[in-house]
Design a protein. Structure first.
Length: 236
């Protein structure tokens, strides 16, 4: 499976630019590779991976516009190669996800192909993903810049209210037709004052329903019983 394509050149970066590091890796390998035998792409199985051409560390740095792949010495940090990312060549090989082919140009029309590889699969994934992220960000920046240019080229739209023009607002439940501005303001003030007065009124007292129920239901009439002496008249 072929991956993304980038252009790389052996040239030093402009020291006046401010770069930030996108990726830093402690170990990578550079290989001398044979010419491509298939139009489909390169295969790492044809490389001499036992004897790499160079071993060192890798950093990917970028500014607002450009991105560089830097191959540096592990101990001294001396620059072995600096590759400018663009449209050209960093191609993933067909038979492995850990190896890539870089196209190196000298700025005079000459170029050569070298192999880049990793012993750890995660390092290769990080390398490829970092380049793809930068490519997506660059494409989004180009789209945003194009939209900004198109917006700047259009005449500005005047949204201000022209002299003598009026705005009609229809509010459900109200009728302000024919009222002057002063009357509308006065009506709104009266309405707001009424709302304030209503809000200041105390709530009605809570009724004592149990007492009221007792008052509305008087005790039933009772007939007094005769005294015990009244029963003597019937006793014989």
């Amino acid at each position: 499976r072929s991956g993304c394509v980038w252009s790389c050149k052996l040239k030093s970066m402009d020291s006046e630019k401010l770069f930030y590091t996108l990726l830093s890796q402690t170990e990578c390998f550079v290989y001398k590779i044979p010419p491509r035998v298939s139009a489909a792409g390169h295969k790492a199985e044809t490389w001499d991976r036992v004897h790499p051409l160079w071993t060192g560390k890798l950093r990917i740095e970028a500014d607002d516009n450009d991105c560089y792949i830097r191959l540096e010495d592990k101990n001294t940090g001396a620059l072995f190669a600096s590759c400018k990312v663009g449209v050209g060549s960093v191609e993933q090989v067909l038979d492995s996800s850990r190896y890539f082919v870089l196209k190196i140009e000298d700025g005079k029309g000459n170029h050569a192909f070298i192999g880049l590889g990793y012993n750890v699969r995660n390092d290769a994934f990080d390398f490829n993903a970092t380049l793809q992220d930068f490519q997506r960000r660059s494409e989004l920046d180009k789209v945003a810049e194009q939209l900004a240019m198109e917006s700047a080229s259009r005449p500005p739209i005047d949204f201000s209210l022209q002299s003598g023009a009026s705005i009609h607002v229809s509010i459900p439940g109200t009728s302000l037709t024919g009222l002057t501005k002063a009357e509308v303001v006065k009506s709104s003030e009266v309405s707001s004052e009424g709302d304030e007065i209503q809000s200041l009124l105390p709530p009605p007292p809570a009724g004592n329903t149990r007492r009221g129920a007792k008052a509305r239901n008087p005790a039933p009439n009772t007939v007094p019983l005769p005294s015990p002496s009244a029963w003597t008249d019937f006793m014989g």
